[in-house]
Design a protein around this ligand. Sequence first.
Ligand SMILES: [Fe+2]
Length: 189
Amino acid sequence: MQMLVEGLAMGAFATFFNNINDPTGKKLLQLVMTDEAFHHKFGKIWADRTIPHLNAEEHAIIEDWAAHCFQTLLFNLVSPSQQRDLYEEFGLDPDKVIAEMAEMVTDETRRENMKEQTNIFRVLVKTLLNAGIITDRTRAFYAIYVDMDELKAEGDRMVGDDIAEEGIKYLQEINFKDRHAAPVTIAAE
Ligand SMILES: [Fe+2]
């Protein structure tokens, strides 16, 4: 859950960070991401220490659960079926909106969206892949939406890492401004 949710958070905040024009909002997002980076890394540390020691049955439980969560999120997050009240408020027939959205938002749309570096689902798949949770059992499922070889080639670097590291430097300047030698250690490397 740590890996799923914090990965989503980093993707979502990175998207906002890249698009926001308000300087205070941008700084606030950077500082939130600086915090989130630690949460995400904690999940990574757990996975590095845990996943390699699971037996096949335990691994399959985690792998299937992660795929299930991915699919549920993909089809329900900001889903038109969850926004019926909103459509009604604007005088739209929710059933008609849902039916027409289903025609417009296809797997092709999802694939296109996931090419975006900050797309939360892309970040999520990358997190699961790097953690060794995705194996050949479920790889084909994710490959419907995202180029798995391309993700693997990107390495361990996560979206938002640079933004978070800048944030840590900024906090160090504030917190250690009265000290001569500021310790420069980056989040749980
Ligand atoms: Fe978090």
